[in-house]
Write a protein that binds this ligand. Structure first.
Ligand SMILES: NC(=O)c1ccc[n+]([C@@H]2O[C@H](COP(=O)([O-])OP(=O)(O)OC[C@H]3O[C@@H](n4cnc5c(N)ncnc54)[C@H](O)[C@@H]3O)[C@@H](O)[C@H]2O)c1
Ligand SMILES: [Zn+2]
Ligand SMILES: [Zn+2]
Length: 387
């Protein structure tokens, strides 16, 4: 049987194509009929040809839908259940999984700690920007949601960006009452700021240069800082009478740019964080640092100098640092319950819905011009653009 899916062809080209519908391959698998799948900043890394992604990958690691088929080994889930999947594919049985570090599962992607749907080098798991998705180790990897269609856009944020924003705050060592600076007001940065506010931050600064994104940051109660108007660190220090913040989050990654947005400066945010966070404070770095195949030559040539300079600064200030992919499984159940109880509404980043058939145009239209200001979320029947 065939189904429609978003297939990567070559840099800046994806096609909606008929591919084989996934089947149960192991007793622990389920097949999910996708109702919402989002497009992520990380998908754009592949789309833009920054990675080693090969032709034929079905994109989509932010997936929500209805259980359609159930393998004989599955015990918790039944056909018809509404589920959201962490972007991580994990076994639930290895040491890292047992200890809550499911982003570093050692069993699902030989030679690498961590697996994901629809992502280069993250294992043999086609993505969910498609009509159906195979979910391995399903009892572990699918989180049940209340039936119906309520909170669809909020729950879609549970696959990646809400937990990832929360994780960025968590690995910075944040405690209630502290101040925090978040660099990047894309979906991950906005979710980090939102999480910090939910968790009782005294002050939250959000740095970006895209007006719509800064406006969203302001709307949720953060202080927007426009780094196109001057050094972001100085702006924050000026507001605080020269006092550094307790914590910092890098929600930009290696695609950090200069203030005019024209030049990529992969180390800019890390350097800014080291300056703006107080001695013995903490940095959380969920922003991606690993796809450097097309990083500016200067970074590749001077990696040693770049690293030693930063390491010295970290040492001087006694900073702690947390980084890596988000262990979505550690947070998604609780964040789901915050949504159900009405305490969190992460879909405030969503602005439009589009059908799957328009996904290719949407990738094309919003990249690269819109890349810095919009992301989108594609559903089978409708999908969402989000700031
Ligand atoms: N760790 C994880 O598990 C995980 C999960 C999802 C995404 N990510 C990564 O998180 C990062 C952010 O994701 P996103 O979808 O929000 O990305 P995005 O591209 O939508 O947003 C990045 C934002 O950073 C801003 N920016 C660029 N240079 C800056 C600078 N010098 N200072 C401040 N802001 C700057 C841009 O204007 C943009 O708005 C990406 O690297 C993505 O791959 C990591
Ligand atoms: Zn994602
Ligand atoms: Zn595992």
């Amino acid at each position: 049987m065939a189904m429609r899916a978003v297939v990567y062809d070559k840099p800046f080209t994806v096609t909606i194509r008929e591919v084989e519908k996934p089947k149960i391959l192991h007793p622990d698998d389920i097949i999910v009929k996708i109702t919402t799948s989002c497009i992520c900043g990380s998908d754009l890394h592949m789309y833009e040809g920054r990675t080693a992604a090969q032709q034929g990958i079905v994109f989509g690691h932010e997936n929500l839908g209805i259980v359609d088929e159930v393998g004989p080994g599955v015990t918790v889930l039944t056909k018809g259940d509404r589920v959201v999947m962490p972007f991580n594919v994990a076994c639930g049985r290895c040491t890292n999984c047992e200890e809550g570090r499911s982003a570093f599962c050692t069993q699902v992607n030989p030679g690498f700690a961590g697996g994901a749907y629809g992502y280069v080098a993250m294992g043999p798991y086609p993505g969910g920007q498609a009509e159906y998705l195979r979910v391995p180790f399903a009892d572990f990897n699918a989180l049940k949601l209340p039936p119906g269609t309520e909170h669809e856009a909020d729950f879609a944020m549970l696959a990646d960006i809400f937990p990832t924003g929360w994780h960025g705050v968590q690995i910075s060592g944040f405690k209630p009452g502290e101040s925090i600076a978040v660099f990047g007001a894309g979906p991950v940065g906005l979710m980090a700021a939102y999480s910090a506010l939910l968790r009782g931050a005294s002050e939250v600064y959000v740095v970006d240069r895209v007006p719509e994104r800064l406006a969203k940051a302001k709307e949720i109660g953060a202080v927007p800082i426009d780094f196109s108007k001057g050094d972001a660190v100085q702006q924050i220090l000026d507001i605080r009478g020269g006092k550094e913040v307790d914590r910092g989050v890098d929600a930009v990654g290696y695609q950090a740019t200069s203030g005019d947005g024209k030049t990529e400066q992969p180390n800019a945010v890390l350097e800014a964080l080291i300056r703006v966070v107080k001695p013995t404070g903490g940095l959380g770095i969920p922003g991606s640092m690993y796809q450097v195949t097309q990083a500016p030559l200067i970074l590749l040539l001077r990696k040693d100098i770049f690293l030693s300079h930063l390491v010295c600064k970290l040492f001087e200030k006694g900073l702690t640092i947390g980084t890596g992919q988000c262990n979505v499984k550690s947070y998604n159940r609780y964040l789901r319950d915050l949504i159900i109880s009405g305490k969190a509404k992460p879909s405030f980043v969503v602005s439009h819905n589009l059908p799957l058939d328009q996904a290719a145009e949407a990738y094309d239209k919003f990249d690269p011009v819109w890349m810095a200001s919009l992301k989108f979320c594609c559903t089978r029947e409708e999908s969402s653009l989000y700031y």
